[in-house]
Design a binder for this molecule. Structure first.
Ligand SMILES: [Fe+2]
Length: 434
């Protein structure tokens, strides 16, 4: 009997002690105001190439512009337009979920840190995690004349140093937990909301969450629960599948445990990127909102409004580069008509990929033209999460049927199927009600 009572007292004391320990881990932070509302902005996959690393000549065109539809040529202007828009909008924080640099160039990271400093100085928190392109990247290169040359990338330590003002400083009081095994951290943004930044791009956490990091995540979620704090999480890669062709290499390999943890701890929203496509997936009450690459037409970012009850409103929108160009007196027609220029570039990149496929199919030029336009429209609306706006884009469309008939052996039909088998077509806007 004495042993049972002693064990019981021991267990109660242990529970009290661990509760005290957890409560102690939340420091007292004097927030400017005890607000019940929060405004966040999410951007991802900036793939910023510092203009000092290129003359936009032959090597750039061959190695950068022919790669995919990112408008790296104008990324400096897109980012400056974004900064102007944020200064006007004044969100509480901007979340940058990785692939900040084009291919991990040190000069690109240094330049972008200077740009983020403008936002920080205006009282806007900037929360950063690296993506798979950002650290120790052997592809870090300059592109001058006809030559591409290796340039310095950054180590994990250098990354932390460059972004030390943006929550990678040990002195930042709002960082209430930091994982020893990754660049993950928990950020207390106000009196009711935490942002759990989970890094899965370096070392043993490459597209994977290690057991140690999982233990740390669980500890952070317990701290949040005990202290009645809501949590929004952030990853670079996706935590749910978004398209059957973009699972391997895109979704964190062991994310099912994360979904279970989030579901158990009432974490309803994860913000991700990496795919470069605007798409929202849901499982077990958890939404993974993947924002398109901000470098890609139509240059999206997401606005997220959260309240103290845990309700969330999400909507993506385009950066207004033309407004910025007019405001600063730019005379360059390409900047003054940026929407059209960027859209044309996106279309040209799609054409470059489709033309070789169509060339191998023996049908009339008119049919080829219509099949090409169908893929262009599909790409334009799918990448920006707006398929809902075009009701004619469906499997009854004659051009989808033509691709089925003539393109059976090509990768294009698998790609189109992966899009048209996804019947949930609204990916720009949602609400989570509590
Ligand atoms: Fe990525």
């Amino acid at each position: 009997m004495i042993v049972i009572v002693a064990s019981f007292i021991f267990l109660i004391e242990k529970r009290k002690k661990s509760r005290r320990l957890i409560e102690k881990t939340i420091p007292h932070i004097d927030f400017d105001q005890n607000s019940n509302e929060l405004d966040l902005v999410h951007i991802s996959d900036i793939h910023y190439l510092d203009p000092s690393l290129t003359d936009y000549g032959q090597a750039f065109v061959r190695n950068v512009e022919k790669g995919d539809a990112k408008t790296v040529r104008y990324i400096d202007q897109v980012l400056d337009s974004f900064i102007l828009e944020m200064i006007k909008k004044k969100p509480d924080a901007i979340i940058v979920s990785g692939d900040i640099s084009y291919n991990g160039e040190k000069a690109s990271h240094q330049k972008i840190a200077k740009k983020f400093k403008i936002l920080k100085d205006k009282g806007i928190d900037v929360l950063i995690i690296p993506g798979n392109h950002d650290i120790d990247n052997e592809k870090a290169k300059s592109f001058i004349l006809d030559e591409e040359k290796r340039v310095d990338s950054v180590s994990k330590e250098e990354f932390k140093e460059i972004y030390s003002e943006f929550s990678y400083s040990d002195e930042d009081p709002k960082v209430i937990g930091r994982d020893k095994n990754s660049l993950s951290y928990m950020y207390m943004i106000n009196n009711f909301q935490c942002i759990l930044m989970i890094e899965t791009s370096c070392g043993q956490n490459d597209l994977h969450i290690s057991n140690q990091t999982y233990k740390w995540i669980e500890k952070m979620l317990n701290i949040a629960s005990i202290n009645n704090l809501s949590v929004i999480s952030v990853t670079h890669q996706n935590i749910l599948a978004h398209n059957k062709m973009f699972i391997s290499g895109y979704k964190i390999s062991n994310s099912s445990k994360l979904i279970k943890l989030f579901s158990d701890h009432n974490v309803r929203l994860n913000l991700s990127g990496h795919m470069h496509i605007q798409h929202i997936s849901k499982n077990e009450g958890v939404l993974d909102a993947a924002i398109a690459s901000v470098a890609l037409y139509p240059h999206l970012y997401a606005s997220i409004h959260a309240d103290a009850r845990g309700s969330i409103e999400y909507e993506s929108q385009s950066i207004d580069v033309e407004y910025w160009a007019k405001k600063y007196g730019w005379k360059d027609d390409k900047l003054l008509n940026f929407n059209e220029i960027s859209k044309e570039f996106f279309i040209d990149c799609t054409k470059d990929q489709i033309e070789p496929v169509l060339n191998k199919i023996n049908i009339s030029l008119e049919e080829k033209r219509e099949m090409m336009n169908f893929v262009i429209d599909t790409n334009l609306f799918y990448f920006s999460g707006r398929m809902k706006e075009r009701e004619d884009l469906n499997i009854e469309n004659i051009n989808y049927k033509r691709w089925k008939k003539y393109g059976e052996e090509t990768f294009l039909i698998s790609y189109l199927d992966s899009i048209y088998m996804d019947f949930d077509s609204s990916h720009n806007k949602f609400e989570i009600k509590m």
